[in-house]
Design a protein around this ligand. Structure first.
Ligand code: HEC
Ligand code: HEC
Ligand code: HEC
Ligand code: HEC
Ligand code: HEC
Ligand code: HEC
Ligand code: HEC
Ligand code: HEC
Length: 428
């Protein structure tokens, strides 16, 4: 998805102007949407789109075939997989994807939905609509996909062993994994497919076209007459990629960043804080498995060097990584399914979760994560200008463990090397 320089530059100007205007008008560029009741129509100029209904992505494919084709390979489309007696099938480009078996002792007939299973891992919803847990089932119920970067093998691991009662598949769980989610209330007492464990209903499993554009029943028959909403801001992404409701708090847990709070991270990134997600990401093309990046670092940072790492390749067992800007600036501070064990990051303080950071800034003075988070490790610290920074144990400590081809440097020892790193000359 290579785009010429000219539209790129125009986009930046547009984004910065919009951001500045919104910030002046409201003090905060985020109008956090109220999705507590009923369908999300999304469109501020057309609040209920004349009571449009959801018609499903297949109906959009007829007229938007290219968008449909790439969007179907995005993790959004696999965020919830309906199961009909056999293992879920994922797009072939998902090289890590796949959930070959249900938890031990179960058959696919005991499973109504698999939650994800495309990029990091999966959970299982049983026939009654409850999320399977170790506590209730007596066997391991979390499926991890292989994650070579932290040497994690595919397999079942423990999930909620202390859970005694059946665990509801709650609205606050499926609202970010479905299209047209509606919470179960006294006024709307239905559960999806009549399964009592599900805390409401949805129009379509997974995040399909209408999850972002609103329901399309009025647009599809007469597209010229009824537009769908195309969001120029980050509000749509914020419905799901922000943990909590405050975009100025980067929620964390036990010293890892929440895996779905990129909105708050980006806001704290200093130089990128006014960017929209779609400046870098094509919303219809997967970043994890396809070429979904519109602008790479080098498009804007035209003369930044590789900080002593030009042309290097990191090798650890079967895992190989060509050093890139992302290797250091988007290291793995987020934790979704599990963190790196000592055989991946060594015994000298290296640290890695399984989701990339969007903070971008690195602070050479913070050698270990306790200086990056609040004392209770529940949020990332920010300075007077609202900026966060990643500590060196997450950056240098991920590779320089002595376990692979990068020699051991303790995070504390890395401090002086990391300071002004881009101004240093490579060894002859
Ligand atoms: C606020 C929105 C939101 C809520 C609520 C939410 N998720 Fe997610 N979930 C996400 C996002 C965004 C990701 C992708 C994170 C990433 O890869 O960076 C994700 C990823 C996942 C994954 C990993 C999938 C994969 O392979 O990448 C699983 C499994 C998952 N969520 C299950 C759940 C369960 C179970 C609940 C309820 C307890 C839940 N989610 C609630 C937004 C949400
Ligand atoms: C995750 C949210 C999301 C999903 C899912 C999504 N879109 Fe979009 N779409 C956007 C955003 C944001 C834009 C704004 C323009 C941009 O940045 O590309 C957009 C733009 C568009 C446009 C305007 C033309 C263009 O490409 O710029 C069309 C048409 C469109 N989407 C159709 C679809 C269809 C059809 C699907 C399902 C196959 C879909 N979208 C799924 C977020 C989404
Ligand atoms: C019968 C063909 C047809 C179908 C079906 C259709 N679209 Fe469109 N869509 C169009 C055309 C034509 C345009 C351009 C309209 C214009 O320029 O005013 C468009 C424009 C759009 C846009 C850009 C904003 C706008 O409205 O101009 C979005 C977003 C979009 N469609 C999404 C969808 C989604 C989501 C679905 C499925 C729910 C869908 N479309 C179904 C033909 C269709
Ligand atoms: C309705 C909730 C929802 C909305 C809205 C949403 N996302 Fe997501 N997003 C998710 C979930 C859930 C996942 C993880 C799905 C999985 O791995 O199974 C995800 C994963 C992703 C991924 C990584 C997966 C991949 O294939 O590349 C990117 C990138 C992403 N989202 C970007 C965006 C952007 C940009 C927007 C706004 C235009 C957006 N998302 C809007 C819920 C959402
Ligand atoms: C400055 C560019 C840039 C911006 C802005 C940006 N991203 Fe990203 N994002 C990236 C890059 C680069 C990757 C990693 C690609 C790779 O793994 O090679 C990525 C990866 C992701 C992933 C997958 C993370 C993982 O490890 O599973 C998600 C989810 C995501 N972005 C969501 C978002 C959301 C939501 C926003 C807006 C708040 C956003 N991004 C803004 C550049 C950006
Ligand atoms: C769309 C243009 C654009 C893209 C793409 C982009 N940047 Fe930036 N970046 C900027 C601008 C503008 C600034 C602020 C001015 C400056 O510091 O040069 C900035 C600042 C930064 C900073 C300093 C942040 C601070 O405030 O301390 C880092 C680090 C950075 N970028 C890394 C990256 C990396 C890594 C990538 C690729 C994943 C990337 N950028 C992609 C435009 C971009
Ligand atoms: C080996 C790790 C590493 C790699 C690779 C790397 N950086 Fe950096 N970068 C750093 C560190 C460490 C700092 C912080 C230096 C300081 O604050 O003293 C930094 C600082 C920056 C800054 C802030 C301004 C400055 O020069 O200090 C920008 C912008 C930046 N990097 C962009 C990039 C881009 C773009 C790439 C890819 C071409 C890249 N970096 C590759 C480690 C790296
Ligand atoms: C993705 C893995 C990775 C990350 C992250 C990383 N490095 Fe490296 N680094 C390497 C590899 C691989 C080499 C080459 C080792 C060799 O060939 O002996 C290297 C080489 C070096 C060298 C020697 C450079 C030369 O010219 O020979 C220094 C110094 C260094 N790294 C410091 C750091 C510091 C400080 C950080 C954190 C800011 C860092 N590295 C982050 C993998 C990494």
């Amino acid at each position: 998805m290579t785009r010429p320089m000219w539209p790129t530059i125009r986009r930046i100007a547009l984004v910065l102007t919009l951001g500045a205007v919104a910030a002046l008008a409201t003090g905060c560029p985020f109008a956090f949407p109220d999705f507590s009741s009923g369908p999300i129509f999304n469109n501020p100029d057309d609040a209920d789109n004349e009571q449009a209904g959801y018609i499903g992505a297949a109906a959009c494919a007829a007229c938007h075939p290219d968008t449909y084709a790439t969007a179907s390979q995005h993790a959004h489309a696999q965020a919830l997989m309906p199961i009909q007696g056999v293992a879920p099938e994922y797009p072939a480009i998902g090289t890590r994807a796949g959930v070959p078996d249900p938890p031990a002792g179960k058959t696919w007939n005991d499973v109504s939905y698999v939650i994800s299973g495309y990029t990091l891992g999966a959970f299982f919803v049983d026939a009654q609509g409850y999320i399977m847990t170790d506590g209730v089932e007596g066997v391991n119920t979390q499926w991890n996909l292989a994650q070579p970067v932290i040497r994690r093998a595919a397999g079942f691991v423990e999930y909620k062993p202390a859970q005694a009662a059946p665990l509801e598949y709650a609205y606050d769980c499926f609202r970010c994994h479905t299209t047209g989610p509606v919470e179960k209330t006294a006024a709307q007492p239905q559960s999806q497919d009549g399964r009592p464990g599900i805390g409401g209903t949805w129009a379509e499993a997974g995040i399909k076209c209408e999850a972002c554009h609103g329901p399309g029943s009025n647009h599809a028959p007469d597209p010229e007459a009824r537009s769908l909403f195309v969001d120029p801001t980050n509000d749509t992404c914020a419905r799901c990629h922000l943990e909590g409701t405050d975009p100025d708090v980067i929620v964390a847990s036990a010293g890892y960043v929440n895996p779905n709070t990129q909105i708050a991270e980006l806001r704290a990134s200093g130089g990128h804080s006014d960017f929209t997600c779609t400046l870098c990401h094509d919303p219809h093309v997967s970043t994890v498995y396809a070429d979904g990046l519109r602008n790479t670092c080098a498009v804007c940072h035209t003369d930044q060097n590789m900080a002593l790492h030009a042309g290097f390749r990191f090798v650890l067992g079967d895992y190989e990584e060509e050093l890139s800007c992302e290797s250091c600036h988007m290291t793995y501070t987020g934790l979704s399914m599990g963190a790196a064990a000592a055989d991946a990051v060594g015994a000298f303080g290296g640290r890695a979760g399984d989701v990339r950071s969007h903070i971008f800034r690195i602070d050479p003075e913070r050698t270990d994560f306790t200086a990056m988070f609040s004392a209770d490790l529940s949020r990332v610290l920010t300075d007077a200008e609202g900026r966060a920074a990643v500590s060196l144990d997450f950056v240098c400590g991920r590779c320089h463990t002595g376990l692979g081809n990068a020699f051991l440097i303790t995070p504390a020892g890395a401090g002086p090397i990391a300071t002004d790193m881009h101004t240093k000359a490579a060894a002859p």
